[in-house]
Design a protein around this ligand. Structure first.
Ligand code: ATR
Length: 277
């Protein structure tokens, strides 16, 4: 059995690309470790969490639908998890189970890699007010963006997030999006819209200033309709795959003791996987 063991759990989990990412790094660095996907039904999650130590796991990742249950079930949480209200990374410290959230870190690290200086670009418009939006807003706040505009089909959910994150984070309904874009430096899509050509919330990149950066956390397809429209408009775009790759870094470092690198080769491997599925 491998020396250090980690996992990703979700339901379903077969589609997860995390085993490919961590498997690549384990091979790359010659570490005697393993990372496996484990399907756990919601009713069994609490028992799974409490049995981690006895099964010899150093920790793991948690994905849909268990991120909130993991938040509730760990003994300690890091600051990001508290702010986001969900846990995606588990590890042990002195035998005690910790939960963290690396989604906001992954989001910011992806922009650092592909759009250096992004945080100084001006107000940010965030489309969507779900779990992914919370991670993005947390990252934007951490990086000092003082004007964050949440736009959501359901205004009440945006208002809830605005209250949660406090001053500098405002809530808007879909009708306001055009005017909110006029002086924005960053546009982030955190919703699945655009994938299905749904027009209930549409942000036209033509309304953005020339220096604006557009990013989408959706990475299938790699170039979403929003990114394609932004590119056609001549704007800087960053796809969402890097967020997936970078959010994996802190977990790997905790379990396996080495900070891994997000390399072009790793990206190519995951892009190839997206293309065949
Ligand atoms: P996630 O955790 O991936 O963010 P979520 O919590 O279900 O998922 O949130 C989905 C987000 O996408 C919400 O902002 C949702 O808008 P509502 O709050 O109005 O439901 C948004 N969304 C999903 N489908 C949409 C659509 N067809 N048009 C506009 N917004 C949509």
């Amino acid at each position: 059995m491998a020396d250090k063991r980690a996992f990703v759990t979700g339901h379903p989990i077969a589609h997860s690309r995390s085993p490919k990412i961590h498997g690549y790094w384990l091979r790359q660095y010659g570490i005697d470790g393993s990372y496996q996907a484990i399907d756990v039904a919601p009713a069994d999650f609490a028992a799974f969490l409490s049995s981690l130590g006895e099964h010899g796991y150093h920790g793991g990742n948690v994905t849909i639908p268990h991120k909130e249950a993991a938040f509730a079930g760990v003994a300690h949480r890091d600051h990001a998890a508290e702010e986001i209200g969900a846990v995606n990374t588990l590890w042990f410290e002195d035998g005690v189970l910790w939960g963290g959230n690396t989604d906001g870190y992954g989001f910011a690290a992806n922009l650092d890699e592909h759009a250096a200086g992004w945080a100084a670009n001006g107000p940010a418009v965030v489309l969507g007010a779900g779990g992914a939006s919370r991670a993005v807003i947390h990252a934007l706040k951490e990086r000092g963006i003082r004007d964050i505009r949440i736009v959501n089909r359901t205004l009440a959910r945006a208002e809830e997030l605005s209250r949660h994150f406090g001053p500098g984070v405002s809530a808007h309904g879909a009708a306001a999006v055009g005017e909110l874009l006029a002086d924005a430096g960053l546009l982030v899509n955190t919703t699945a819209l655009g994938m299905h050509g749904d027009a209930t919330l549409s942000a036209d990149p033509a309304r953005l200033p020339d220096h604006a950066i557009v990013t989408d956390i959706v990475y299938v397809p790699l170039e979403t309709p929003l990114l394609a429209a932004a590119r056609a408009r001549g704007l800087k775009t960053v796809d969402g795959l890097g967020m997936l790759l970078h959010q994996a870094v802190p977990g790997f470092e905790r379990w396996f003791g080495r900070k891994p690198e997000v390399t072009p080769e790793l990206r190519r491997m995951i892009v190839a996987d997206i293309e065949v599925h």
